[in-house]
Design a protein around this ligand. Sequence first.
Ligand code: SAM
Length: 238
Amino acid sequence: MVTPYKNQESKKEQVATMFNNIAGKYDFLNHFFSLGIDILWRKKAVKLLKPLNAKTFLDVATGTGDFAIECMSLKPDKVVGIDISQGMIDVGTKKLKEKGLDKTISLQLGDSENLPFEDNTFDAETVAFGVRNFENLEVGLAEMLRVLKPGGKTVVIEFSKPKTFPVKQLYYFHFKFIMPFFGRLISKDKSAYTYLPESVMAFPERTNFTDILTKVGYKDTGYKALTGGIACIYWGSK
Ligand SMILES: C[S@@+](CC[C@H](N)C(=O)[O-])C[C@H]1O[C@@H](n2cnc3c(N)ncnc32)[C@H](O)[C@@H]1O
C-alpha cells in the first residue's frame, strides 16, 4: 500500500497528518500545479449531476470544500462536506464564511469508510482527488453507495495516466520533478508531493475503476478522460 510517510501508522492516520500539514498551502498549490484546470474539471463533473435536480449533496474527502462550493451552481438546499483532516476543514470553513456560503454548506470531520449518515440520505455525491487516499477503496465506495438515495448519482474525479504524446511526457516530467520540488519548498512537507505521484501510479484507473464501482453495486457506471487523460471523471448510480 502506498502511504505518505511509510511509518507504522495506518494509511488513514498518515493521510490525515499529511493534509493537516499542508492545509494552509493546499488551495494555492492545487491551482498552481494544475494551472487552474482542476476548477474546470469540477465544473464538468457537477454538470453531470444537473439532470437529477438534486437538493441534498454529500462531498466526500471535501478538503477545503472546493467541490462542495462548485455544487452551488445546481442550487442545492444543503451540501455536506466530510473529511478526515481537521486542518483542511478549518481552512474550508473559513473560506465558506468569507464567501457567505456557510448557511448551505457545512463541513464536518468524518471518515468515508464509516459515514455518519443514515442509509439513503443524499440525492447526489461528489468526490475529487479523494478516493486514491482511502485506506480501503471498496469499503469507502460502498459506504457512499449506502448513504445515496435510490436513483441518486455519484461523480468521482481522480488523476489517471495519460497515454499519448506529448501529454504523457509532460505529465511524467511534471509529476517526477516539478511537483516534488515546489511541493516540498512551498508546503514544507517532505513527502506530500512525492506521495501524490506514487499514489496515482498505484491507483486503478479507467475501466479498472469503473469495474470496482460496478462490483461495489453502482449501476450505469462510466467514465470520461479529461485533458488528454491527466484525470478522469467517473460516475455511477444507485
Ligand atoms: C487531495 S484532497 C482533495 C480535496 C478536495 N476534494 C478538492 O477537490 O480539492 C484529498 C482529501 O481527502 C481526504 N481524505 C482522505 N481519506 C479520507 C477518508 N477516508 N475519509 C474522508 N476524507 C478523506 C484528505 O484528508 C484530503 O483532505
